[in-house]
Design a protein around this ligand. Structure first.
Ligand code: ZN
Length: 130
């Protein structure tokens, strides 16, 4: 499946909603485009908390990769982005909201295997069951 996100939409919300509408519970995905502003995160492995980084300027989405699985019975998007600024300088990390679309093309490939996330004590993250 391939679709575009609209100007002003939030990437995480828009992709998650599209997957809910299409009942896609397991998939991997890619997206490219540009954002008006972004929120990315770095997971601190010691404190087990995300540090959020707010980028309040237009950036290119050089690469967006992610997957869809089920977390606490809801369809859940996990995505990471590489963003570049006007000088080609890169920033990247875990994708958070709000990250606002300027233009965005999304490619989703469905998975047959059901993927469910469960809380993992060691990492403090919701990880897939083996
Ligand atoms: Zn992540």
């Amino acid at each position: 499946m391939i679709f575009k996100l609209d100007y002003g939409e939030d990437i995480t919300q828009a992709i998650t909603e599209e997957c809910r509408r299409k009942k896609i519970k397991s998939a991997y995905l890619f997206f490219i485009g540009a954002v008006q502003k972004a929120t990315i995160g770095y997971y601190n492995q010691k404190t087990k908390k995300y540090k959020k980084i707010f980028i309040n300027k237009p950036m290119e989405i050089v690469s967006g990769v992610g997957n869809i699985s089920v977390k606490e019975e809801k369809i859940f998007l996990h995505a990471h982005v590489s963003l570049s600024d006007a000088n080609g300088k890169m920033s990247g990390g875990h994708l958070f909201s709000p990250t606002i679309v300027f233009a965005c093309e999304v490619f989703i490939i469905k998975n047959r295997r059901k993927l469910v996330r469960k809380f993992d004590k060691q990492t403090g993250l919701f990880l897939w069951q083996r």
